[in-house]
Design a protein around this ligand. Structure first.
Ligand SMILES: O=C([S-])c1cc(C(=O)S)c[n+]([C@@H]2O[C@H](COP(=O)(O)O)[C@@H](O)[C@H]2O)c1
Ligand code: NI
Length: 435
């Protein structure tokens, strides 16, 4: 399994992460090909080499060819020397520069042109043909950003608007990073403590404190670094990668490094403004993990409400939820609710049962379980690309199962029975994954 360490000594932003991962070896063509299938503005995505206080690093060069209705497509040669620059010109608002150096004409609340709601972006990702894990990771990152922006601006997260220019940027940065992780086959991510920077930054809303409120909101619970530099070191997108994708916070793992990549930020400081990413190859060992089981049984709760509890528990991170019919005191038919969860989600799920069901108590037990290490792989089939889950024991592949959602989608698309697609995928997987 590949492990990625994010060394955020100069903070983290969307473009720093994408360029660092490309420097580490992520295939830029693979990233471009997948991004081009999305319904977004035409863009060019390139990487240039820059010197950051003596460190030769990769820097993102992302341009959009404007599709605002009042504007025409502009040729690729436009603004060649300006790097991560949007050739948008709006007929309203003021121009501001984000820390990673691109200029937007941006005046929240007075827009005549299109915007993208968080829910529209999430829907676009859901409906996309992105590889399974890249899709899940991208959704997780956008949900974190939308939650934080929603909280700051006092809005429903689904209704949060990404300014059209910012939306395009974010889509490329977020989905690009998740595709880069896929290209490198990263299974686990560890991040160092994160410095935020201090001072003020001029954004569309006005002169804001650093860390920007959305960044600060996202970084709740994340260990911060004791490194104080004037300027914005960590942006909301960078913080969202840390919050949504990282499995563990800590120091560099005590393992042999395989490869190192450097992604440059746009600003210059007295220190090298780079994100360093390190790739490790971790030996697979049979894994043991702790899980918590929460239980209560009810004889006075409706079927509808029961279904709602199952849905909400799964949304709140339950690994599994199941109902067992039981006979309770006074011969009453009832239902035993069982929730399996990782220890970190125990409190939230306990609260769900106590607050939203008729129970007056919840039983809790800790279990240890042995699990197979698993990887997701994309298989080429006559029904298109389908993701399979590969289970391994002591490095040996012992089972391969197609992902239900992908099989379902293909079954509808080709109007064939679910089981037919399933069998074809299993057969193709056995040929394409060495077993
Ligand atoms: O435009 C909006 S809504 C906005 C809100 C906030 C808040 O903290 S609230 C912050 N920012 C700033 O935008 C840039 C770009 O960040 P990305 O993560 O999209 O690269 C950054 O300087 C933020 O602090 C914008
Ligand atoms: Ni605008």
């Amino acid at each position: 399994m590949k492990l990625l360490f994010l060394d955020c000594q100069s903070g983290i932003s969307g473009d720093m992460t994408l360029s660092a991962l490309i420097d580490l070896g992520a295939d830029i063509n693979y990233i471009r090909e997948h991004l081009r299938k999305l319904p977004i503005d035409p863009f060019s995505l390139n990487i240039k080499i820059v010197d950051k206080k003596g460190i030769s690093s990769k820097q993102l060069d992302l341009r959009f060819y404007v599709t605002d209705s009042e504007e025409q497509l502009k040729p690729p040669s436009h603004a060649l020397e300006r790097g991560h620059t949007h050739e948008h010109s709006h007929d309203h608002g003021h121009t501001h520069t984000h820390n990673h150096g691109h200029e937007h004409s941006h005046d929240i609340g007075h827009h005549s042109h299109s915007h993208r709601k968080a829910s529209t972006i999430l829907q676009m990702i859901e409906n996309s043909e992105l590889p399974f894990r890249a899709k899940e990771r991208s959704l997780a990152v956008f949900r974190v950003i939308a939650e934080a922006e929603g909280k700051i601006h006092g809005m429903d997260p689904e209704e949060v608007h990404f300014h059209e220019v910012g939306a395009m940027d974010s889509i490329i940065d977020v989905i690009g990073v998740c595709l880069a992780l896929e290209s490198l086959d990263i299974g686990r991510i560890v991040a160092s403590p994160v410095p935020t920077g201090y001072g003020k930054i001029m954004i569309a809303h006005g002169l804001y404190p650093i860390p920007a409120p959305a960044t600060a909101e996202i970084l709740i619970g994340v260990p911060l670094a004791d490194f104080h530099v004037k300027g914005e070191l960590t942006t909301p997108t960078g913080a969202a990668f840390i919050k949504a994708l990282v499995d563990e916070y800590g120091n560099m793992p005590p393992l042999a490094m395989e490869k190192i990549g450097y992604g440059a930020g746009k600003k210059d400081f007295e220190h090298p403004n780079v994100l360093r990413v390190v790739l490790f190859n971790v030996e697979e060992t049979p894994q043991q993990e702790q899980i918590t089981i929460l239980e209560c049984q009810l004889d006075d709760f409706t079927g509808e409400a029961m279904g709602f509890i199952m849905e909400k528990a799964l949304n709140q991170g339950a690994l599994d939820v199941y109902f067992t019919p039981v006979t309770m005191k006074k011969s009453r038919p009832g239902t035993l609710i069982t929730i399996l969860t990782k220890p970190e989600n125990t409190f939230v799920l306990e609260e769900l049962l106590l607050r939203e069901t008729s129970t007056f108590g919840v039983r809790k037990s800790e279990w240890s379980r042995r699990i197979l290490s698993r990887e997701f792989k994309e298989i080429q089939t006559v029904y298109g690309k389908i993701t399979v889950k590969v289970g391994m024991l002591e490095g040996e592949i012992i089972k391969i199962y197609p992902e239900y959602e992908d099989v379902k989608k293909a079954a509808y698309q080709y109007d064939v029975p679910f089981v037919d697609v399933y069998l074809v995928v299993q057969q193709a997987a056995r040929e394409q994954v060495i077993i």
